[in-house]
Design a protein around this ligand. Sequence first.
Ligand code: GLA
Length: 643
Amino acid sequence: MITKFLSASLALLAVFPGLAGAGQGDPLAPTGRWSAYTAGRAPTPPMGWSSWNAFATDIDEEKILGSAQALVDSGLARKGYRYVNIDDGWWLQRRARDGELVIRSARFPSTVREGRLPSFRPFTDRLHALGLKAGIYSDLGRNTCSQAYSPDDTDLPKGSVLEREVGLYGHIDQDISLFFSEWGFDFIKVDGCGVRAYGAGSEKVISGAYREFKPLLDMESVARSDIPAVQALFQQIDAALIRNNPDGDFVLSLCIWGAGNVRAWGKDFGNLSRTSDDINPTWGRLLTNFDSAAKRALYAHPGAWNDPDMLFIGKGDFDADHLTEARSHLSMWAMINAPLMIGMDLRHAPQALLDVFGNQDVIALNQDPAGHQAVVAFDSAEVQIFVKTLSTGEKAVAVFNRSAAPLNVDLTAAHLKFREESEVALMDLWSGRNQNFRKQLRLHLDGHQTLVFKARGARVLADGLYLSEQPGNVNPAVDGVVWPAPDPTIHRSAFGWQGTRSSGERPIYAGWGGAQPDSAPYGEALRIRGKKFETGLGVLANSRLEVRNQGYRRFTAIVGVNDSARDDRHAATFTVYGDGKVLATSRALKFGDEGQRINIDVSGVKIIELVARAPVDDPATLPVTWAEAALLSGAGAADVSQQ
Ligand code: GLA
C-alpha cells in the first residue's frame, strides 16, 4: 500500500514537482528541522512606505524623500514604519556594453556622478541617516510590469530592445550585488511580469518591442505554470542576497500575486509573498486581497509572511472622508500579520489619516513578536471574527463588518478560547474604551466597521496552547494538496484590473484544501465519527506539519479521519516525531472510526512533526483531523490510547 502511495505521489510530483516541499524521496519523512524561510530580517511583518499606490512609475527623488521625511516628522518612523521602497519606474536602461543598470537620473539628481554611471548610494545614505531603510524593485524576468501593462507610460526604460531589458533574468548576481553591496539597499521586491507577460503571442513581442520569454507563470492555470523554474529563480536571488548581506539585513519580497500555487510555498522562499493581484482603493477589492491571505494563518511565520498587498489608505474608499474604512483596512492587515506598507503621498496626508496609520495599539498587534496570524473564529459573508494570540498570552480580537449595513454581533468567550465562567476584559483599540463581560457581549457595528480589542481572560487551556492558537509555530511543510485548485472562498470583486469589461473575475488563486486551524481543509467542521471539535488542525492525508515546540512538555491530540472525507475505504496512520524520531504512531484509522488519543512526552524536543499517511492517490478525498492538538506545560503519563 505504502509503495503504491509513494509511486502515485512520485508520479504526481513529476507533474507538479514544485509541490514536493521536502525535495527528493519521501516528502513525509521527518527532517527534524523547521523548513520555512528564516533568512533576511523579518521577524515581524515589515512596515514602511512604497511609491507605487501613490505615484505608479511617475516617481522622483523629491516625492520619495518627501514621504520619507514625513514618516520621520509625523512620528510614524518611530512607531515602526521604516522601509521606504522605490517600486517600478526607476530604470533608464541596462547598458549594452556590460549589462550595468542605469538609473533615470533626471528624476533622481542625487544619483548623478561625474564620468560614471549614476548611483543610488547618496539616496540610501539619506534614508539611513534618517534612521530609515531603503527598498528597491526588480523583476524575475527580463522586462517589467509597467512595460507589460502600461505601454503608453512615458516613464518606461528607453533604448534598444536589449537596453530595455532591466529585469533580473540573466543578471541576478550582478544586480543583487549592485543593489545591496554598492547602493546599500535593504529590501527588494521581485515582481513576476517578466516571466508571465512576454509569450510569443503577446502583442509586445509580435511588434518586436520586446524579446519573447516563454511564460513560467499563468495566473489562470497552475498546471501551465512552471513552479520549479520560478522557485529556482527565487533561490538564486536568495543566495545572492545572502552573499551580498553578510549581516543578514535584507528583506526579500516575492510578488507573483498568488500565481503558481505560491500561497502554499511562498513561505519557503522569501520574507513576504503576495497572495493576490493588486489592491485598488475600493472596498470590494480590499475584501479580495484580504481573503487571499486571511485563511492562510498556518502559512505565515516569523520570517515569512502572507502579503495581501500594500495599504491603500488615503485614496478612494479609504480616504479621509472614509475613516471607518481606513481603520478597517489597517486593523485587518494588522490582524493577519500583513506587511504595513503605506501607499499614499505622505507630504499631503491629513492628520486624521496619520492618526489611523499611527495607532500604536493596532501596530503592536501586527508587530507582536510571537508572530501568530489571526485565526477565523466566526465566518460568514457579512461578518467575521478573527482572534490572534499575543506573546503575553492575551488575545486580540477583531470583529469585521464586511457589509455596508449596520450589524449587531455577539462576541463570546468561546470565540476567544476563554473560559465561559470567568470575566473577559476588553480594551477597544480605536476608542480606548474598556469593558468587561462574561460568556457573551452584544456589539454594534456600523457598515464596514471593524472593532478591534485586546482581550484578557482565563484561557480554556490554562496549562498550554492549542496548536490553532499558535499558527506561527506550525508549518505545513507538506499539506497534502496534490492538485492545487482555486480557492472559492475569496471575494470576487467587480473592480479588478479588467473592471467590468470582461465576464468577471474567476476563482484563480490556488490553495483550496490547504491546512487550516479550527477547520477541515475545505471549510467543514472538525468532526470525527459525528463528534465535533471546536479546536484543532485540519489537513489532508499525506501531510507533514512541522511544529516548533517552545519548551512545552506534553503533546496531546485526538486523531482521526474527518467526517467530510469522500473516501471510506482507506485508512490514515498518524505519526508524531520529535526531532526526527518516532514518538507515537496511531492505529490505521478510517472514516467512521473513533478518534484515537495521542498523549506523549515532548520534553526537550525542539521540532515536533505531525505526519498523516494514507495509501491514497488523491489525499483531497481523505481530510484528517488533529483535534484539540495542544502543547502543555505539565508532565503526565504518556499514552496512545483510544479516546
Ligand atoms: C505589479 C505589482 C504591483 C506593482 C506593479 C508595478 O502589478 O503587483 O504591486 O509593483 O507591478 O508595475
